[in-house]
Design a protein around this ligand. Structure first.
Ligand code: ZN
Length: 223
């Protein structure tokens, strides 16, 4: 259904081959509804910034005609972790990106952080478990490959403010069978970052760098 409508929209500008081989990417704007996330200023909250950036990333990717982009929420509504994870399990995207704005660590903390699921492996007892672990390792390696690309590209928006790639338990990522990252974009607790993430231009620049990173990731995936 989606592919068919994409063909109608893009038939004049790109070849059908590109459309039918579209990569599915799920973007997860964190928070929503009664869960506002961190408060920025003038009544602006994290839940609005995350969905704005997610929509801009979708716009950028869909322009290429090579991506099928799904948002876990496209309105201001309560969205549970369970619902978000179910969307990933059902949608089986080639890449999953959850978007937050950071807060804390004092007012000096600024920039962006990228989280990937932890590397802890359960003990292997049989071939099935080993195969499962190999798949998990591959998924984490691909997550790290994407994280490195986005870490480099976001430096354009937050020069010298990269806080690195962190491997940590994250309820939204753990155990998912697809490559995925959590992006923490800017700090609500830092005056300059707080201002930046609310500016239309900066939101646009962040979205452009994330979508460029997604294109770079798939260009290097050999698919
Ligand atoms: Zn958040």
């Amino acid at each position: 259904m989606v592919i068919a409508s994409a063909l109608l929209v893009f038939s004049g500008s790109v070849c059908a081959e590109e459309v039918t081989s579209a990569f599915t990417v799920i973007i997860d704007p964190a928070h929503g509804g009664s869960d506002e996330g961190v408060v920025l200023s003038r009544g602006v909250t994290e839940k609005e910034v995350t969905v704005d950036i997610a929509r801009l990333i979708r716009r950028d990717l869909e322009k290429t005609g090579k991506y099928h982009v799904v948002l876990t929420r496209d309105s201001d509504r309560d969205t549970s972790i369970f619902e978000r994870r179910s969307a990933v399990k059902k949608g089986k995207p080639a890449l999953f990106i959850s978007i937050h704005v950071n807060a804390g660590f004092g007012s000096d903390a600024s920039g962006y952080e990228i989280y990937v699921a932890g590397r802890e492996m359960p003990p292997n007892e049989n071939a099935g478990a080993i195969a499962g672990d190999m798949m998990r390792t591959e998924t984490i390696n691909e997550s790290v490959r994407f994280a490195r690309i986005v870490q480099r590209n976001l430096n354009e928006v937050f020069p010298r403010e990269g806080r690195g790639i962190r491997s940590a338990p994250a309820a939204i990522l753990d155990g998912l069978a697809v490559p995925g990252v959590v992006l923490e974009l800017g700090f609500a607790t830092n005056a300059a970052n707080r201002k930046k993430v609310q500016e239309e231009e900066a939101g646009d620049a962040i979205a452009r760098q994330v979508s460029a990173s997604i294109r770079e990731y798939f260009a290097g995936s050999g698919e």
